[in-house]
Design a binder for this molecule. Structure first.
Ligand SMILES: CC(C)(COP(=O)(O)OP(=O)(O)OC[C@H]1O[C@@H](n2cnc3c(N)ncnc32)[C@H](O)[C@@H]1OP(=O)(O)O)[C@@H](O)C(=O)NCCC(=O)NCCS
Length: 410
């Protein structure tokens, strides 16, 4: 069966996580993604956090599936020429170098659009135009500057990062949306355009509800927050729900570090919840009967529910509460997830065979298109497709590529 992005060629000048997470999704959706890497070294993550000596790390293999790898030194004269020719034959160029890197190499946006007016030039940076435009950025820098760290953690603890890579992979997903929109607009205009996503902006977009609460705070305390006092900024609120219905992570049997279930007291299910936990009288109790009354006694309410959850495992709690329509979720550890049979069945935890490391597990594509199924293929070895791509797209012979190799160009 064909793929949604069949016929779209992506020149992938990305490295580390934010850019590769974007181009991996494009590859899964069917684009021909050609990853351009520095000869001899490649993407720095190939050798970072290695678990098997001499073999591409999981960091690399889990972010670069379904791509082709071409080595090319785009700072050499011959390398520049080759990159120019590849630009002319591509639909999209994605990059996430530090500020000014491509400009210094002679590949400004003006030059790129001159080479190929249909090119979509997608650029990820830490920051948009402004005081930080020239600064490099990594995941936690974006979390620090996009509102995530100041609002994550406990009131009496330091600002905290979240385990979800919202600065890197979160930005990558935003960039996918931008690229697809530009490809769609090109259908009617015939022209490419520049697409920019700043990691700070992407994190801030994901922290939207905290900016909502900042404005609410100006009118008074945030009553659904567990905090007793408020300053002039949204405080860290532990595991408070952040939505219109209060929630909390409650301890379960047998009491290990991830034996918790997150329980949400959706207003309409309170009587059923009270019944399940063996306290039916609380359904009509004046301190607990209405959402407004419960807000004033949230600590007490959750302590009562926790007396019940502690008698059951997190999965039993999930089952029993769902029987009466109470939204809840057991806290799943990474071990729980990687061994989850339902996720494996849907290829969300997927097994991939790599030529050097053997079989490894990766997280599959969370975007499911009925007419464009994703087949997850291995990440490429460094330069695995250099000859194939130079021959296929530029008509180079094996001898010519060998000569370029000897000169350190590819
Ligand atoms: C991630 C980041 C901090 C890494 O910084 P870094 O390791 O110093 O890498 P940079 O991107 O700044 O520079 C890469 C260098 O390698 C060179 N390079 C990379 N691939 C090359 C190739 N194929 N041929 C020739 N040179 C190459 C670049 O030209 C550049 O050299 P220069 O500084 O002399 O111009 C930086 O790239 C960045 O801020 N990126 C934007 C934000 C981002 O995406 N961050 C999250 C990453 S998960």
């Amino acid at each position: 069966m064909g793929k949604a992005l069949d016929g779209v060629r992506v020149l992938d000048l990305t490295h580390v996580q934010s850019g590769p997470s974007c181009t991996q999704i494009l590859a899964w959706l069917g684009a021909d993604v050609i990853k351009i890497e520095m000869p001899g070294r490649g993407d720095i993550t190939r050798s970072q956090l290695r678990d098997i000596p001499g073999v591409d790390s999981l960091y690399f293999t889990m972010l670069n599936c379904n791509k082709r790898s071409v080595t090319l030194n785009f700072k050499s004269d011959k390398g520049k020429k080759i990159l120019e020719e590849l630009v002319k034959r591509s639909d999209v160029l994605v990059e996430n170098f530090g500020p000014g890197v491509l400009d210094r190499a002679g590949f400004t946006w003006e030059r790129l659009r001159e080479l190929n007016p249909r090119l979509i030039y997608a650029s990820i940076k830490g920051f948009g135009p402004g005081p930080y435009a020239d600064c490099k950025a990594y995941e936690n820098v974006a979390q620090a500057m996009g509102g995530s760290m100041s609002t994550t953690g406990w009131e009496d603890g330091p600002p905290t990062v979240t385990g979800a890579q919202i600065g890197d992979s979160g930005t990558g997903i935003h960039m996918v949306a931008g690229i697809l929109a530009a490809l769609y607009q090109r259908v009617s205009t015939g022209k490419g355009q520049r697409v920019e996503v700043a990691m700070q902006d992407a994190v801030l977009n994901l922290c939207r509800v905290k900016i909502r609460d900042q404005q609410r705070l100006m009118r008074g305390p945030l009553e659904e927050y567990p905090n007793k006092s408020f300053g002039d900024a949204v405080p860290r609120a532990g595991n408070a729900s952040g939505g219109g219905h209060p929630g909390s992570a409650l301890r379960c049997k047998p009491g290990g570090p991830n034996d918790y279930c997150y329980v949400i007291i959706q207003a309409q299910v309170w009587p059923a919840l009270a019944r399940v936990i063996g306290r039916p009288e609380l359904a009509d109790h004046p301190d607990f009967a209405t959402p407004e009354a419960r807000l004033k006694h949230l600590d007490e309410v959750f302590a009562i529910i926790e007396q019940w959850t502690m008698q059951h495992t997190k999965f039993e709690v999930m089952r029993m509460l769902n029987e009466v329509d109470v939204p809840c979720g057991p806290v799943l550890s990474t071990k729980d997830l990687i061994e989850d049979k339902a996720l494996a069945q849907r290829n969300i935890i997927a097994e991939v065979r790599h030529p050097e490391r053997g079989v490894f597990k990766t997280v599959g594509c969370p975007i499911v298109l009925s007419d464009s199924p994703v087949e997850i293929k291995s990440s490429p070895l460094l330069g695995e497709h250099t000859f194939e791509v130079l021959q296929e797209l530029l008509g180079y012979s094996e001898e010519q590529v060998k000569e370029l190799q000897a000169q350190g160009v590819v």
